[in-house]
Design a protein around this ligand. Structure first.
Ligand SMILES: O=C(O)c1ccccc1NCC(=O)[C@H](O)[C@H](O)COP(=O)(O)O
Length: 241
C-alpha cells in the first residue's frame, strides 16, 4: 500500500509564517520567517511543502516575491496556494517552479477558466475544496460558493487531477481531522485527495493513513508542527510503511 504523503504548511501573511484559527483573518499567531520554516521542514525530511499566500487569498495584497523566493529555495516538491485566480496569477505561481498549484475561489467563481487550465496543465492543477458542512467557501474562505458534491462532480468531469479537502471548522484548531468528510469525498471521486485541517497528533496522522486505500494521498500539517505537538521526523516515521 502507498504511504501517506505529508505536506508541512507554511502560510504567509504580511511576510511572516502564521497560523490562523478556522482560516479567519485576525486570528494570526506568528512563527517568524517563512523561508526558515520551509528550510527547517526540508531539513527534517519533508518531501513536500504546502505554501500559502494568505494575503493573496484574502485580497489584502500579496507575498508573491517572498513566496517565489521560498519556492525557489526548496529542493522538495511545492504545492502553492492562495489567490491564484487568473492567467497572470497562475503564470506567476507556475513560474516559481512549484510542482502544483491549488485553486480555490476560481473553481467556484470562474469555472470555465478552471476547466481551461485543467486541460492545459493537467496534474499541475489541484482544486482546494474548502468546506463548512458541505458548503464550499471562497475568497479566503469568507464567502459561500456552492455545494461540495455538485462542484466535485463538475470538476471530475473536467478532468481535475486531485483535490485538497479542508474542513474549515477544524483548520488551525488542533481538534483532529474530519475523517468522515474525507471518507465521503473519497467515495464521491476516484481522484486522489489531500487532507487538510485539524491534525493534532501522530494518531490523527495514523487515522488519515488508514484512508489511503480509499483515495487519500496526503495530509497537510500546520499548527501541530508549529505548536510542537510532535516533530516532523516523528510524523514521517508514524506514516512510513
Ligand atoms: O489555502 C488557502 O488558500 C487558505 C485560504 C484562507 C485561509 C486559509 C488557507 N489555507 C490554510 C491551510 O492550507 C493550512 O495550512 C492547512 O489547512 C493546515 O491546517 P492545520 O494543520 O489545522 O493548521
Amino acid at each position: 500500500m502507498a504511504k501517506l504523503e505529508l505536506l508541512p504548511a507554511v502560510d504567509v501573511r504580511g511576510g511572516q509564517a502564521v497560523r490562523l484559527v478556522h482560516g479567519e483573518s485576525g486570528t494570526e499567531t506568528s512563527y517568524g520567517s517563512p523561508l526558515e520554516a520551509a528550510l527547517a521542514w526540508q531539513r527534517s525530511g519533508a518531501e513536500w511543502l504546502h505554501l500559502v499566500d494568505l494575503d493573496a487569498a484574502f485580497g489584502t495584497g500579496d507575498n508573491r516575491k517572498l513566496i517565489a523566493e521560498v519556492a525557489g529555495a526548496m529542493d522538495i516538491k511545492v504545492e502553492l496556494s492562495g489567490g491564484i485566480r487568473d492567467d497572470a496569477t497562475l503564470a506567476a505561481a507556475l513560474a516559481t517552479g512549484c510542482t502544483r498549484v491549488n485553486l480555490g475561489t476560481a473553481a467556484l467563481e470562474t469555472p470555465e477558466w478552471v476547466a481551461k487550465v485543467i486541460a492545459e496543465h493537467g496534474d499541475r492543477i489541484a482544486v482546494g475544496l474548502d468546506v463548512k458542512g458541505t458548503t464550499l467557501r471562497g475568497r479566503g474562505w469568507t464567502r459561500d460558493g456552492g455545494d461540495l458534491y455538485e462542484t466535485l462532480a463538475r470538476l471530475d468531469g473536467e478532468g481535475c487531477a486531485r483535490y485538497v479537502v479542508t474542513d474549515i471548522a477544524k483548520d488551525g484548531t488542533l481538534q483532529g481531522p474530519n475523517l468522515e468528510l474525507l471518507r465521503h469525498v473519497c467515495a464521491a471521486t476516484d481522484r486522489p485527495v489531500v487532507a487538510s485541517g485539524g491534525v493534532s497528533s501522530l494518531d490523527d496522522l495514523r487515522a488519515i493513513a488508514e484512508l489511503v486505500p480509499l483515495g487519500v494521498e496526503g495530509a497537510i500539517v500546520g499548527k501541530a508542527l508549529y505548536a510542537k505537538e510532535f516533530t516532523l521526523e516523528e510524523a514521517l516515521e508514524a506514516v512510513a510503511r
